[in-house]
Design a protein around this ligand. Sequence first.
Ligand SMILES: *Cc1c(COP(=O)(O)O)cnc(C)c1O
Length: 498
Amino acid sequence: MQYKSTRGDVLLMNSAEAIVKGLASDGGLFVPATMPHVTMDFIESFIPLCYEERACKVLELFLTDYTAAELSDCVSRAYGRENFDAAKRAPLARFGDMSVLELWHGPTSAFKDMALQLLPQLMVTALKKLGEKATILILVATSGDTGKAALEGFCDVEQTKIMVFYPENGVSKIQQAQMRTQEGKNVDVTAIRGNFDDAQRGVKAIFSDTALGAELAQRDVKLSSANSINWGRLVPQIVYYFSAYADLLDEGCITHGEIIDFTVPTGNFGDILAGYYAKEMGLPIHKLICASNSNNVLTDFLRTGVYDCKRDFVKTISPSMDILISSNLERLLYHVTNDAEKVASWMEKLQKAGRYDIGATLLKTIQETFWADWANDIETEKMIEKAYEEQHYVPDTHTAVAWKVANAYRAATGDTHHMVIVSTASPYKFSKSVLDALHVDVSGLDAFAMLEKLEQINPVATPKGLASLQSKPVLHHAACDYERMGDCVLSFASGKDS
Ligand SMILES: *Cc1c(COP(=O)(O)O)cnc(C)c1O
């Protein structure tokens, strides 16, 4: 399988090259040059398999330059039992004709683990295959979930180092504790005196700083990124759509070939795009429902064909979806048009004017697969309350956005296919918002006491990784101004592994 750029760069690459490179030279994203197709027999063959085996079956269709042994080695390191607290890795909670696909049983209790446990393994294997000897230094600017998931994924992975920058006062107490207690010889965590945009701007400036790049090259260090535009982060996410379908078949909840719907809480469009790949490959998916919070750029786009990010950024109780530019949408636009020139021109308009319009015909094509709606914070809280009252289930705020939108979709369309709600975080990660929604008084409680409070009413226990945080020593105290991030990078790159 070869990969090409969404913006027309004609150079074809294999998957190892695409994963190491991250972004194409013309600024586009790597996409597979052809779409693999599967049969219902292939899908049914997943039923007796464990998650790791299912992952190998999907990955080998896309990462054809990796050997079967390489893939199975990567997958067992990523999804080993000691990393996940659920035997099925991505289990379904069933509620009649709806189910909730729990993608938060990994080490950091958010769905980013599904991809960020595997990406580092795919990357070091790619380095070996390509004969690359340099140390790869991963830089991450994070508003919370991605930083910790990337740290866990890259921790002690040979030939790599990872540096995470987070806004000093811009992440939750739990998220900060998760990052500051991170162990590992090759990790560094630094607080930035500024907000997330400052951290992000600092990282971007480092990537385009040629003098710094030359200094790093002298030390045999190359920079790379772990954010969701890397193909190696997208491809692992296709697996759980197949896995969910196989489990539904296994439980007799659907019949051979029956079509189902997925509702996905969406920010950067990576999670839902993996569902699109699964559908294009032949998984019987009817509709992919895109759920947004008050930052509802995607709802408007999927209803009107106009992508317009010139609007106020809203801080919500589902912060991992507080995003106005969904980078992975570019891949969808490429696949539905097969026209890199057009995609490049829309992306240029987005950058220059903050807006582009794909026109009515193309919109209609996209709407054959996608439906969209959004939920504000009050609706999200009401949904958490309703799920708890009716199902005795506590969804996190992001999952609740999706659940509300799934209900709205059914009410609006009368569609009765089995609905899978994709659940992207453990409710414990957002305890305060969840307890508020359930009208539990949290005044005077710190973040750790809130975990205990939530555990008293939630039938599911606190994930180990969160429960043990309070007793872990803080290993990372550093803070810096964002103008000085480059110096931090150079000094970390120069240091010995200790
Ligand atoms: C990252 C994230 C999302 C959004 O996923 P995208 O792939 O960016 O659309 C939703 N929920 C949680 C909890 C996340 O961490």
